[in-house]
Design a protein around this ligand. Structure first.
Ligand SMILES: [Zn+2]
Length: 272
């Protein structure tokens, strides 16, 4: 088995109750990855959006530890809203109220164990999903009660129409902007590189080189986001981007850079 293959790897789920109790007593903060199970082309697993933030938080946890900030990783959340990919097999869709209630219950459980602060990282780009997640963070913080924050970049907050100064956000620095001719947002170069880097066993590597780039621009992306048959027509194979350009070395670099900005956002929020 590859290192890190399990979504429970390095999470609370692999700890004992005594270890959790002691971490809470020492004031550890909680990191939580929230992804979805949805189609990711003919070459990546449905859980791609769960695997990527899980791997990112493992690295962020190491960076935080080097700065003297202890953290534990909650077992990942993997149910959500998949507007764009809803018409494909394997995309699970839950109701917003289900998501919110589950988030609230997780926060209350963490509060029961003595944790005071939680940072939530979304692994999924769907705007509706992330707005519900944000509502869950807000409602859950009162319900826990617990100090809860959603980790987002300023540009993503803007897309969600959330004020970047909102107290429930922990802002990460914007991703380095490499000018791209075409959009690469779903099971393309970026996601394929990251999964290949961290979970090589689940990439259908023999298929990757055969996948032609979609060569789409912003207007195509907006149509794809309408979901249903729009998405099937735009991306009959289920990916939007250029998976054949993927390489695992770049995947490691993308995740490491993201983990550093997350650790910086957590440290800034804690005033450390
Ligand atoms: Zn994805």
């Amino acid at each position: 088995m590859s290192e890190g293959y399990s979504i429970f790897h390095e999470t609370m789920a692999d700890m004992t109750y005594l270890e959790v109790e002691e971490a809470a007593r020492r004031g550890a903060v909680v990191l939580w990855a929230l992804g979805v199970i949805e189609e990711h082309g003919p070459h990546l697993p449905l859980a791609t959006d769960v695997y990527v933030p899980s791997a990112t938080l493992r690295e962020a946890r190491t960076i935080l530890a080097e700065r003297g900030i202890e953290s534990v990783i909650a077992p990942p959340f993997y149910w959500g809203i998949n507007a764009a990919t809803a018409a494909f097999a394997g995309s699970f869709i839950v109701r917003p109220e289900t998501m919110i209630e589950l988030i609230k219950d997780v926060f209350r459980s963490l509060n029961k164990d003595g944790f005071k602060t939680i940072f939530c990282l979304s692994g999924h780009g769907d705007a509706a999903h992330n707005r519900v997640l944000f509502d869950g963070v807000k409602e859950g913080s009162n319900f826990g009660p617990i100090d809860a924050y959603m980790l987002v970049s300023p540009s993503f907050a803007e897309r969600l129409e959330i004020d970047p100064a909102d107290p429930y956000l922990a802002l990460t620095s914007p991703p380095p902007s490499t000018p791209q001719a075409y959009v690469d947002v779903h099971a393309g170069d970026g996601e394929t590189s990251m999964i290949w880097a961290k979970y090589p066993d689940v990439v259908r590597t023999e298929i990757v080189p055969t996948l032609a780039s979609t060569n789409y621009v912003l207007s195509d992306l907006l149509e794809w986001r309408m979901g249903g048959q729009h998405a099937v027509r735009k991306t009959p194979a289920g990916y939007l981007g250029d998976p054949a350009s993927a390489n695992p070395q770049r995947g490691h670099e993308i995740i490491h850079t993201e983990a550093e900005t997350i650790a910086a956002a957590v440290a800034a929020k804690l005033g450390r």
